[in-house]
Structures are given as C-alpha cells and as structure tokens.
Design a protein around this ligand. Structure first.
Ligand SMILES: Nc1nc2c(ncn2[C@@H]2O[C@H](COP(=O)(O)OP(=O)(O)OP(=O)(O)O)[C@@H](O)[C@H]2O)c(=O)[nH]1
Length: 343
C-alpha cells in the first residue's frame, strides 16, 4: 500500500506532471511507479531525485525493476523488526525500574539495620529494649529475604521473556529475509548477502559471479492466464533454480519476475554454464493448468552474467554489469544468456 498525505490540490498538480512523464517515457502505470514518480516531483528526498535523474540519463532508462530497487532503497520500512525493537525497549525499561525499586528497598533495609546496630551499642539497655531491637532486626532480615526472592522471581520472568522474544525475533527475521511467494531470499536478503560477499572477496578472490534471470514477456503471460497462474509460474521458476542449487550459491527474488543468483567460487564460464542449464530447463518445461490437461505456453527467461572485480566493484557496479548483460539478452531476442565479456 502506497500512501500520500498531501492536499488534493497538491496531489492533482503532481499527477499532471506524472501523467505527462508516463506518456513521454512509456512508463508502466502501476501503483509503485505512481508512488515513486509522485515522490520524484514532490522532491522531498533529494538523494532519491538525484538517483532517478541519473537513471533517466542512462541508455537503459527507467523500468519497473529499477523502480522496485529505488522503492526498497529509499521508501520501504521494515515494520516487523521495529515492533520487536519496541518490545525489547519496553522490557529493558521494566527491568531497569525493577532494579531501581530493589535498590531503594535494599537501601532502606540497610539503613534500618545500621540504626538497630547503633541502638544495640547504647549502654544500659533493658531486656525489653534489646528484645525490641532484635525483633526489628529479624523483621528487616525477613523483609530483605522477601525482597530478594521477589527480585529473583522478576528477573527470572524477565529473562524467560527475553528468551521468548529472541526466539520470535529469529523466526521473524528469517521470514523477513524470505520472499513469501517463492520462498527464496528476498531483496533485503540479497542486500545483506551482497554486503557479505564484498567483505569476503579477499577470501574468494575473483571467483564471485552474479546471474540475473528474468522471465520473458511475463506481462503477456499474466495478461493471458491471469496473475494467479503467473504467481504459480514464479514459484515454479524459483523451485527449478533451487533444484540444482549448490552450497556456494544463494538465490534471491530481486523483484517481480526477476531473480538473482550470487555464486561464490565460480568462474565466469561456470556461471554461464549454470545460467544455460536453468534456461534450458525452463524453456523445455511442459507446464499444465492445474486440474486440466491444457498445456500453457512455453516459458523462457533471459540471463545476464557478470563477475565481481575485487577492489574495483561495489554492489551497484557489479549489479549494473550483470543487468546490462541481461538487457542485451532481452534486446537480442530473449531466451538467451549474455555474459559481460560479450558486451
Ligand atoms: N503474477 C505476478 N506478476 C508479477 C509479479 N510481480 C511483477 N509481475 C508482473 O511482471 C510483469 C513484468 O513486466 P515487464 O517488466 O514489462 O517485463 P516483461 O513483460 O516480462 O517483458 P521482458 O522482461 O522485456 O521480456 C508485469 O506485468 C508485472 O505486473 C508477481 O508477484 N506476480
């Protein structure tokens, strides 16, 4: 859900610009694009505006894929983890309050004991007075014991609570990193893996490659069979990629019908071979509509392959080279693998 909170007059004015831009640049009129272009014309985020300007200057121009990346980079909010963050803060505050109140009680008990000790030092105390002081000492000690027991109980409860929260957080974190539809890593997981890959690059040398896989004419496919069958195809495609996944391979849904494979310890040739293998598998699959014998049209995909250049590449330049290869694969007729060296 994309929300805007401006007055109707402002929104209407900005929509006039958006409409003109969409026509001029042939931009897909989907909610995500409306949202991004609204933000662009509103201009509240100069960095985003600058990046979109750069995209528009580039030969490839703007497309839905770039839009999804920009949305994730600049506007997506991870609300699940911030809920946990709040729960942890609440718990920590509660523990601090309990520790403080335990400290106060301990303080008053200590004062009471000091007072009793002073009283006992006095000369000429009669039996009755001594009895009274010892009884005070006893009741202070009992009260101290109760306070301690109560404190231990609270701390135990809090530590159980923390354990539970931690387990929930771990479970949610793995969901947060997984694409709901296809069950491969999502865009966030991709960002994290890419960062890790860049850090590990010294260890893996130049053997880190990327494959971007993009289903061909998926819009037509959706238009012909509907989004639900389109979703099944996305799931099928992800399953097919996962079928021969090696331990040096991470698979992500980058967005829409586009998947990224990050490959460690792969030569460029091996990465191209892997992409060809997926391409052949998907294009030779005979998919049928559920509960019917009707075969659906052949599905093909295009692939762009690039190799990480240690000390030269960052996440963006690495991705851009694979993306340019993919762009060429699309331009040259689709259902093919293009490697960056043939650009
Ligand atoms: N069913 C389904 N469709 C999606 C999903 N995400 C994106 N799409 C659709 O994927 C299509 C992508 O269209 P385009 O970016 O124009 O690309 P294309 O039609 O595949 O054409 P080429 O990539 O140039 O071969 C759009 O119609 C999106 O609505 C999804 O989760 N499920």
């Amino acid at each position: 859900m994309y929300r805007i909170q401006d007055s109707p007059e402002v929104a209407w004015r900005l929509f006039q610009y958006i409409k003109a831009s969409f026509e001029e640049k042939d931009i897909n009129p989907i909610p995500l694009n409306y949202y991004l272009w609204y933000q662009y014309y509103k201009g509240d985020n100069p960095q985003f505006r600058e990046e979109l300007d750069q995209v528009l200057k580039d030969d490839m121009g703007y497309n839905d894929r770039i839009g999804r990346r920009l949305y994730n980079d600049y506007f997506a909010v991870d609300s699940t983890t911030s809920e946990f963050d709040k729960a942890f803060r609440r718990l920590v505050n509660l523990m601090v309050q309990k520790i403080n109140s335990w400290n106060d009680k301990l303080d008053s008990h200590t004062k009471q004991l000091e007072y009793s000790t002073e009283e006992l030092k006095k000369d000429n105390l009669d039996v009755h007075q001594v009895k009274e002081i010892t009884s005070n000492v006893l009741s202070t000690a009992t009260s101290m014991q109760e306070t301690n027991q109560m404190f231990q109980k609270h701390m135990l409860e809090s530590s159980e609570e923390i354990k539970k929260l931690r387990q929930q957080l771990l479970a949610v974190q793995s969901q947060v990193l997984q694409d709901e539809l296809t069950e491969v890593g999502n865009r966030k997981a991709y960002n994290m893996a890419m960062e890790e890959m860049l850090q590990d690059v010294a260890e893996f040398g130049s053997g880190c490659c990327m494959i971007i896989a993009d289903i061909d004419h998926f819009k037509n496919f959706n238009d012909t069979y509907g989004h639900l069958i389109g979703d099944s195809v996305l799931r099928y495609f992800a399953k097919l990629i996962r079928r021969n996944q090696s331990k040096n391979e991470d698979i992500f849904r980058y967005g829409g019908e586009e998947f990224v494979l990050l490959l460690r310890n792969f030569s460029l040739d091996e990465a191209v071979k892997r992409a060809q293998e997926i391409r052949k598998q998907i294009s030779s699959a005979h998919l049928k509509l559920k509960n019917s014998d009707q075969e659906i049209n052949t599905i093909t995909a295009s692939f762009g392959v690039a190799q990480l250049r240690p000390n030269l590449d960052d996440a963006e330049s690495f991705f851009n080279r694979a993306d340019k290869s993919l762009y060429k694969a699309k331009k040259d007729g689709r259902n093919r693998v293009v490697c960056e060296i043939s650009l």
